[in-house]
Design a protein around this ligand. Structure first.
Ligand SMILES: Nc1ncnc2c1ncn2[C@@H]1O[C@H](COP(=O)(O)OP(=O)(O)OP(=O)(O)O)[C@@H](O)[C@H]1O
Ligand SMILES: [Mg+2]
Length: 253
């Protein structure tokens, strides 16, 4: 059997003196959508950033424990960079390169990897923009700067940018939080479609979305794993009542 897409063991992350993740052990099977749930500040984005090592860019950040991505120990193995080049990320706040054109924002990944050029690259850019439900809105202004797009359009541009590199693992941090219901539904369709070939780790505050899309997942609270497994068992009660009881028991301690 193939190794899981991601496996963490006893993963702890600190920002300076403050510990954001405490001994987090999760297993993300290949070819599934895996949801990361939990209240604001519980460490969801930190977990994604620990998986792709972007957390090390934060001043004072420190990581302990094991993180295996696509079978590679990314904090110890020499092949970490190669493994992480097969991982895409859609950030919680859209972060296109503002001065680059819409086209170049999507083309930059394939160009850097030497994946395509000329007509082939045009086709790839169009494919990614169509998948991210943005093509119709930008096809006549591909040379305009990304900063000329609305927030929701920028979010879809970042989804297109991540898709264009054809990742094997896609980390999505609340990808529909800035979108209207119509575009959110399109992105959910995309996630469903992609999950046949790509493993997706989806951070979401929307329990219904997690139930619609994910088969397994994890619930975090104050940087710790509360439960991991089938989404139906994690969300056996309403999400708000789960969070309320966690907050109440933390207050009692
Ligand atoms: N660069 C940083 N420096 C110091 N503390 C940080 C930094 N980034 C995050 N934190 C802290 O780490 C904890 C986890 O933050 P994180 O962003 O992972 O939470 P989250 O679950 O993604 O929250 P949200 O749902 O609001 O996005 C929080 O207490 C946060 O304040
Ligand atoms: Mg977050």
């Amino acid at each position: 059997m193939r190794e899981p897409a991601v496996r963490t063991r006893e993963l702890s992350v600190w920002y300076g003196q403050s510990q954001a993740l405490h001994s987090v052990s999760i297993t993300v099977p290949r070819g599934t959508v895996y949801a990361v749930l939990g209240p604001s500040g519980c460490g969801k984005s930190t977990l994604l950033r620990a998986i792709n090592k972007l957390v090390l860019l934060r001043e004072g950040a420190r990581v302990e424990g094991l993180v295996e991505v696509l079978g590679v120990d990314v904090y110890r193995d020499h092949s970490a960079e190669e493994a992480l080049s097969r991982v895409g990320m859609v950030f919680q706040t859209p972060n296109p390169f503002p001065h680059l054109s819409i086209y170049d924002n999507v083309a930059i990944g394939p160009r850097l990897r030497g994946m395509a050029k000329g007509r082939e690259l045009d086709k790839l850019v169009r494919w990614a923009l169509e998948k991210a439900a943005l093509w119709d809105e930008v096809k006549d202004r591909l040379k305009s700067p990304a900063s000329s797009l609305s927030g929701g359009q920028q979010q879809r541009l970042c989804i297109a940018r991540a898709l264009a590199t054809m990742p094997e693992l896609l980390l999505m941090d609340e990808p529909t939080a800035n979108l209207d219901p119509v575009n959110a539904a399109k992105i959910e369709e995309l996630i469903k479609e992609l999950s046949r070939e790509v493993t997706i780790i989806l951070v979401t505050h929307d329990a219904e979305q997690a139930k619609r899309l994910a088969s397994t997942g994890v619930l975090l609270f104050m940087g710790r794993v509360v439960s991991e497994g089938p989404i139906s068992s994690i969300l056996s009660r309403s999400y708000s009542s789960i969070i309320q009881s966690l907050v109440a028991s933390a207050r009692r301690q």
